[in-house]
Write a protein that binds this ligand. Structure first.
Ligand SMILES: [Zn+2]
Ligand SMILES: [Zn+2]
Length: 248
């Protein structure tokens, strides 16, 4: 029963006619996370500790400012800025970067970050720039959805039929499942998987190119009186196909 928390949304996304079922899942998680963050929860201590520390990425700041809770956004940014200011001020009191002596700061470096040569001030600012409370909330559940996708592929024979009938994927999520598959599937399962998803992706990529082609033709007077066919929303759908909706 616990599995249904993940399997139901995955199955629903694959039944939808979205240009990428994973983008559909991402969009739902993003919407839920924004609603949660701007709901009563932002006044709760543990949530605020996290938002103060992480802040948000630019797309999520922009999405939140479009919601009807500018006080909530202001309160979260205010305490986040205060925390950043306090931490940054203390780092800025330490030594400034030394000309040609990057190793001087090795004592402050994080071994696993690959940022050994950066000054602690830069390391901290990079961390702040790349951290987002909403992105982090989305990520853990999204990763479970990806695991569930492969789980269903292995355990449920009818799932491959559902995948075959979907509209393919955005480039980013195609790359994701294309790359993860060898870690999740046996050799035989892997061969069946690629036999299905590679032509599927190609077919649907071409379909969207054709829709876009027809959309462009409709601006030519010779096609003026022709029907729009499936192309009226071709620009929005083609952007999903090439750019997806997630930042990952
Ligand atoms: Zn996608
Ligand atoms: Zn974000």
């Amino acid at each position: 029963m616990k599995e249904q928390i993940y399997t139901i949304p995955v199955l629903d996304a694959f039944k939808s006619k979205h240009e990428c079922p994973f983008c559909q899942l991402y969009e739902t998680l993003e919407r839920n996370s924004i609603n949660f963050t701007l709901g009563p929860s932002y006044m709760e201590g543990d949530v605020r500790t996290e938002t103060n520390k992480k802040g948000f990425c630019l797309p999520h700041y922009q999405m939140m400012t479009k919601e009807k809770n500018s006080l909530g956004v202001a309160l979260m940014i205010h305490t986040h800025m205060n925390e950043v200011h306090t931490h940054l001020s203390s780092l800025l009191k330490k030594e400034v970067p030394n000309k040609g002596k990057s190793s001087l700061f090795s004592a402050f470096s994080k071994k696993d970050s690959g940022e050994e040569n950066l000054h602690p001030v830069q390391q901290y600012l990079n961390l702040i720039h790349n951290s987002c409370y909403i992105c982090d909330q989305i990520e853990s559940t999204f990763n479970r959805y990806v695991d569930t996708f492969f789980y269903l592929w292995k355990k449920d024979d009818s799932f491959s039929k559902l995948v075959e009938e979907c509209n393919g994927f955005c480039l980013d999520h195609f790359s994701l499942i294309y790359g993860i598959a060898p870690k999740s599937l046996s050799e035989k399962q892997l061969s069946d998987f690629y036999k299905l998803i590679v032509p599927l992706q190609s077919r649907h990529f071409e379909r969207v190119i054709e829709d876009l082609d027809w959309f462009i033709k409709k601006f030519d007077y010779r096609y003026e009186n022709e029907p729009w066919k499936n192309s009226q929303d071709a620009v929005a759908r083609s952007i999903v196909k090439v750019a997806g909706v997630s930042k990952s």
